[in-house]
Design a protein around this ligand. Sequence first.
Ligand code: FAD
Ligand code: EPU
Length: 341
Amino acid sequence: MQIQENFPLRAYNSFGIDANTRHFARFSNDDQLKELLLAVQRSPLSQQNLLILGGGSNILLTHDLDGWVLKNEIQGIEEVHEDNEYVFVKAGAGENWHSFVQYCINRNWGGLENLSLIPGNVGASPMQNIGAYGIELEDVFWDLEAYHMNDHAIHTFTQEDCQFGYRDSVFKHKYKNQFVILNVTFRLRKHPIYHTSYGAISQELDKMGVQTLSIQAISQAVINIRQAKLPDPAVIGNAGSFFKNPIISRQNFEDLKLEYPGIVGYASQGDTVKLAAGWLIENCGWKGFRKGDAGCHDKQALVLVNYGNATGAEIYALSQEIVNSVAFKFGVELEREVNVL
Ligand code: FAD
Ligand code: EPU
């Protein structure tokens, strides 16, 4: 295992931010991880900051990191169990998410098709309970194994243990920076149930001329929709939605609707409404905005972009201006979805 010093992270974050880390190493099994964690603990206190890195598609680096970046490259996909209805599939945290989705779709295991083309790796998927097109990770999650950074033991987390919420899990709160996710087991359907009611999926399936529904067709429809509005990080740096869609009370929503009849919101849990943050941001005039190389995407206002050489601090400053203007105009607080470092 090689530990590299003053390592450039530009190729390791989808925003394409030019920042370095003092120490960088990769691990592909738990023994290597243990060895690296012991090295972190032996390093000077000032350098014990630690980032476990997957695909780097949900982070914003606002400065050089004076510590460690350990990149999780644990591979492997294994069918661990099956019954009449389900197949249980375990995937290593370092597997690429979309490749894993395709692996399952090719075997006609249903459940992941709506989550096609989300960047990043399997290990990060439970962190924020990734979601898209009407499905969230928790709908297909069975359990995960994670390595505790201090007691060096491997713990199993069930669905209940993970406390999944909208872009949320226990790993962002109670267990923040305590565990390294090693693998995730998914419960997939042998006889898929199709979810096509969300957003433009049905419309896209019609456009594709699909006569007989399949998980392959749904996956392709989702890919087409995503490619039409989300910037490809290989072309323009970004981390997907920069903010969460804010959840407000129904009363608050009704009041806003009187003043802004076009406001977009969806019924959420209890008596709440999830607002489309993209609409709020667009209606503050930010869509397509660019200052230097930091910008707000011209097809999806919820996505902040790096046109080339923006710094993380510039992207962050833009995000703060957006937060301020949305709060000023609509009285709604935007919360960042991206992990800011
Ligand atoms: P990273 O960015 O590497 O890490 C994210 C966080 O998880 C960090 O805090 C990191 O320390 C932690 N982490 C990563 N791996 C581990 C591990 N093994 N153990 C412990 N902690 C770990 N997200 C959605 O939910 N839905 C979408 O539709 C969506 N669309 C996107 C579209 C684009 C174009 C982009 C760029 C991003 C999009 N995202 C979306 C966000 C992103 O793809 C997901 O959050 C993804 O799960 C991040 O995976 P990653 O491996 O890149 O994580
Ligand atoms: N909208 C606008 N202007 C915009 C963007 C959106 O008015 O510039 C309005 C439109 O009315 C649109 C609605 O917002 O119909 C919803 O937009 P979209 O379908 O693009 O979804 P989103 O709410 O912006 C969420 C997720 C995405 C996920 C999609 C599809 C969050 C924070 N984002 O975006 O996840 O892919 O739904 O399910 O929940 C991510 O987390 O990184 C991400 C990309």
